[in-house]
Design a protein around this ligand. Structure first.
Ligand SMILES: Cc1cc2nc3c(=O)[nH]c(=O)nc-3n(C[C@H](O)[C@H](O)[C@H](O)COP(=O)(O)O)c2cc1C
Length: 194
């Protein structure tokens, strides 16, 4: 599944996603196998720390359910986002905050693994400025949410200076290709080990 954090159809983030899709297809994947969810369409309600998920599975708000269903099915989690103010745009941050329901499923309800399927995560990031300031914390946020949704951040690919320079798509494509190669090799290895 691919979780998108940009409102712009023709921005760098959607370009990174297109680049991923091309490489995915080149390696035998189908476009239809990738569920794309844009955090802006529609934006989720933010977590209100109401405590519902301490006593019940899921969330008091129903709007997370499509994301929950996709997280359960996904073999790979792609997060594609620009940096806004050194972090994630608010609608994507809301998605991360809503994974608190899995934290409480573990801690309060004693469910060890609320999302059973383990998956690698790939972060595609667009930075307007030349230096990717904020990247470390964004990666930490993905790792934290990843612990809750059983996803491990394995690769980060950056398009920097997007406000001034065109993205070097060939370079980005090569980086995505290498990341997918690693991920597929790990799948084959674990498939062979089963
Ligand atoms: C509200 C807002 C905040 C931003 N904050 C940062 C920032 O902290 N650091 C940075 O490098 N770029 C920042 N940018 C620039 C975007 O990251 C850059 O334009 C990026 O390409 C936007 O993604 P998009 O092209 O997919 O829309 C910001 C842009 C906006 C609109």
């Amino acid at each position: 599944m691919a979780l998108i954090g940009s409102p712009r159809k023709n921005g760098a983030t959607m370009g990174l996603l297109r680049c991923f899709m091309d490489q995915w297809e080149t390696r035998g994947g189908g476009r239809e196998d990738v569920t794309v969810i844009n955090a802006y369409q529609p934006a989720l309600k933010p977590c209100i720390h109401c405590g519902y998920c301490k006593q019940n599975r899921g969330c008091v708000y129903q709007d997370f359910e499509p994301i929950d269903r996709s997280l359960r099915k996904a073999d790979l989690l792609v997060i594609a986002s620009p940096v806004y103010g050194l972090g994630f745009p608010a609608p994507l941050k809301a998605v991360f905050d809503r994974t608190q329901q899995y934290f409480e499923a573990k801690r309060s309800l004693g469910i060890p693994n609320p999302i059973e399927k383990h998956k690698p995560a790939l972060f595609l990031a667009a930075f307007g400025s030349p230096q990717p300031r904020g990247l470390d914390l964004m990666e930490e946020q993905i790792r934290l949410a990843g612990l809750l949704v059983n996803a491990a951040l394995e690769h980060t690919i950056i398009a920097a200076h997007t406000d001034r320079l065109p993205v070097h798509w060939a370079r980005v494509g090569d980086q995505i290709a290498r990341a997918l190669q690693d991920i597929k090799a790990a799948w084959e290895y674990s498939g062979a080990a089963e």
